[in-house]
Design a binder for this molecule. Sequence first.
Ligand SMILES: [Zn+2]
Length: 136
Amino acid sequence: MADPTRPLPNLRDLDTQAFWLATKEKRLIYQQCADCGAVVFYPRRRCSSCLSANLEWKESAGEGTVYTYSIVRQSYHPFFRSMAPYAVAWIDLDEGPRLVSNVVGIDDHSSVRIGMRVKVRWEEHEALCVPLFEPA
Ligand SMILES: [Zn+2]
């Protein structure tokens, strides 16, 4: 039986398609409203602050801090069960977006801390890459 694989996003979703296609080039992009300046993440059609449709894509350097996190020790999904225990974290990118990801590249999950500096590490797949984070 093959090893379980990570569930991947649907590349046909028009709101998030540009984000995921950029990950194939290992670029972490986010939206910013050209009218009010609000940073918008996850990708969507309208500004979450002023509802403008005038959103521009910006690129993150891929560095940030852990806003909060949890250690997952049990999962019913075969892939995530095979990863456990693992750290799920909200990452505040330096440019402003906050995204959910995993903190990887650590020997002991108890070393994850709020405020910890992290940088993106790409997990490569055929059509896209998944942005994970490791200590900076
Ligand atoms: Zn706006």
